[in-house]
Design a protein. Structure first.
Length: 225
């Protein structure tokens, strides 16, 4: 099953999160809240899903752009924005995050909230480069991605470099949900175009410390020089 088909199935069959993570809220607040005209700030999310982060951006007055391979996800995101954020600025597109349909130096900030991880390593390098290309000089990157040592790593069928079809933890699917786990030393290579890279590790347990099922995620921020 192709990647887009897998996630189309996910969005059709499951209700997704409605609200942004604290890490994403902090990133937007720290970098863009003091903008003299928030409506002029353009934020792009790759793999935007049903639009929780773009909903937040619109509520805060920013222009939100989203691209996702799932038509269902884009339909859900547009319905929510139209219904809850009348007059929102930006656009939502079904498309390929490796080939972003935007000019160079277009966005003030770009967001990957657990989307790039679902692509093989070399594809991920290309996606981060595309995100860099469409970002203005001085613009910011936010990326949240699953770390090595996260529950699910090493379970199910191996699918390539640090990648599996997990059968345990929150990432498990029906044997078809590709997940790549990122080692710390890979982050600077994946984001080789970016500067001032900052990396933090977020961890939490899914069913108590005793069972040892710990989710580990990197929160990466960077800047286009």
């Amino acid at each position: 099953m192709a990647w887009d088909d897998v996630w189309e199935k996910v969005f059709v069959e499951h209700e997704w999160g409605k609200y942004p993570s604290e890490d994403l809220v902090r990133f937007v607040a720290r970098n863009f809240y003091k903008a003299p005209d928030r409506s002029a700030v353009k934020l792009l999310e790759v793999g935007c899903g049903p639009g929780a982060n773009l909903w937040f951006a619109a509520r805060e007055g920013f222009a939100g752009y989203g691209i996702d391979g799932s038509a269902t996800a884009i339909t859900l995101a547009k319905a929510r924005l139209d219904g809850e954020c009348p007059g929102w600025r930006g656009e939502l597109l079904v498309g390929d995050m490796e080939r972003l349909p935007y000019d160079d130096d277009f966005f003030d900030g770009v967001i990957d909230h657990e989307a790039v991880y679902a692509n093989p390593y070399e594809n991920a390098v290309a996606i981060y480069h595309e995100m860099w290309r469409v970002t203005k000089p001085g613009g910011k990157l936010f990326s949240k991605t699953f770390a090595t040592g996260c529950v699910g790593e090493g379970t199910g069928k191996k699918a390539g470099h640090n990648a599996w079809y997990p059968t345990e933890g929150p990432l498990k699917g029906d044997g078809d949900r590709y997940t790549r786990f990122t080692a710390y030393e890979e982050i600077h290579r994946l984001c080789k175009d970016w500067k001032n890279i900052s990396v933090n590790l977020v961890t939490y347990t899914t069913d108590g410390v005793e069972k040892g099922n710990t989710v580990k995620e990197w929160v990466v921020t960077a800047e286009k020089a």
